[in-house]
Ligand binder design. Structure first.
Ligand SMILES: Nc1ncnc2c1ncn2[C@@H]1O[C@H](COP(=O)(O)OP(=O)(O)OP(=O)(O)O)[C@@H](O)[C@H]1O
Ligand SMILES: [Mg+2]
Length: 237
């Protein structure tokens, strides 16, 4: 197969690992810079140019679209989809996962348990929303953020209100979410390929941090997933 990894970071560990795995399986693989594509809507057939030249034929892409280029990156992925090039992550899937509110709405529609979460805009609705999800301490999240950035734990209702008001005044939308204290800074990340979990790890936050993200200093260990968790992860994906 001829595979393109869409990435702006050819030297990044994840890009290199994907490349090595593809080569090991005898595939032809290229790393293409997502931002160097041009979407061409002039001809009848959907088309893409790369670095100013018509793109050659690919069988599959592996999108590695960073948070800062979601809009352009998903447009490129959508174009590949329209050209019938296989992608494990669709443009729709990537967009849904990027937006925490949208992701929660989709999950709740499919009966997947989530911490009680609220989304409000008017100042008068903030306090009732905090109370409805269980009061303080409460988690406040920017809709778009990753690596734990923009995820705040407010110890008191007054502090939570002040933070939310400040964020609203800078035109930032936020989610209000029940703090799951029993997680104690630990969570599980499962990697799903198709309809099965191929690997899982437990992430543990550093010190008194409540966020388990590796970028916030969290540590990780490989684990065997319980079948119950495995089924949940597959349904989630
Ligand atoms: N409601 C909560 N209760 C307890 N801990 C939480 C809660 N929400 C988030 N956390 C902790 O904070 C971390 C970061 O939160 P979250 O995963 O929502 O944001 P992110 O990692 O920045 O974004 P994304 O996962 O979409 O890339 C989680 O991994 C978890 O450890
Ligand atoms: Mg996360």
């Amino acid at each position: 197969m001829k595979i393109a990894v869409l990435s702006r970071a050819p030297q990044a560990y994840s890009t290199q690992r994907l490349r090595a795995a593809a080569l090991q399986r005898g595939h032809n693989v290229k790393v293409l810079n997502t931002l160097r594509f041009a979407i061409d809507l002039t001809s009848d057939e959907p088309d893409l140019h790369y670095r100013g030249r018509q793109l050659s034929d690919y069988d599959a892409i592996l999108p590695r679209i960073g948070n800062s280029i979601t809009y352009f990156g998903t447009a490129v992925v959508r174009q590949f989809e329209q050209m019938d090039v296989y992608t494990p992550n669709t443009a729709n899937g990537i967009s849904s996962a990027r937006d925490k509110l949208r992701a929660n709405q989709i999950l709740s529609r499919h009966n997947i348990a989530m911490p009680p979460t609220a989304f409000v805009r008017n100042r008068a609705d903030v306090r009732p929303a905090i109370e409805r999800v269980g009061g303080a301490p409460v988690v406040i999240k920017l809709l778009e953020g990753t690596q734990g950035i923009g995820v705040i734990l407010a110890p008191q209702v007054k502090v939570a209100e002040a933070i939310i008001e400040t964020l609203h005044s800078t035109k930032q939308n936020v989610l209000i979410q029940k703090f799951i204290s029993e997680s104690r800074g630990r969570d599980i990340r499962a990697l799903v390929v198709g309809d099965r979990v191929v690997a899982a790890m437990r992430r543990s936050a550093a010190g008194d941090e409540f966020r388990s993200n590796v970028h916030r200093g969290g540590s990780v260990e490989a684990i065997e997933l319980d079948p119950v968790y495995e089924r949940a992860a597959v349904r989630w994906a």
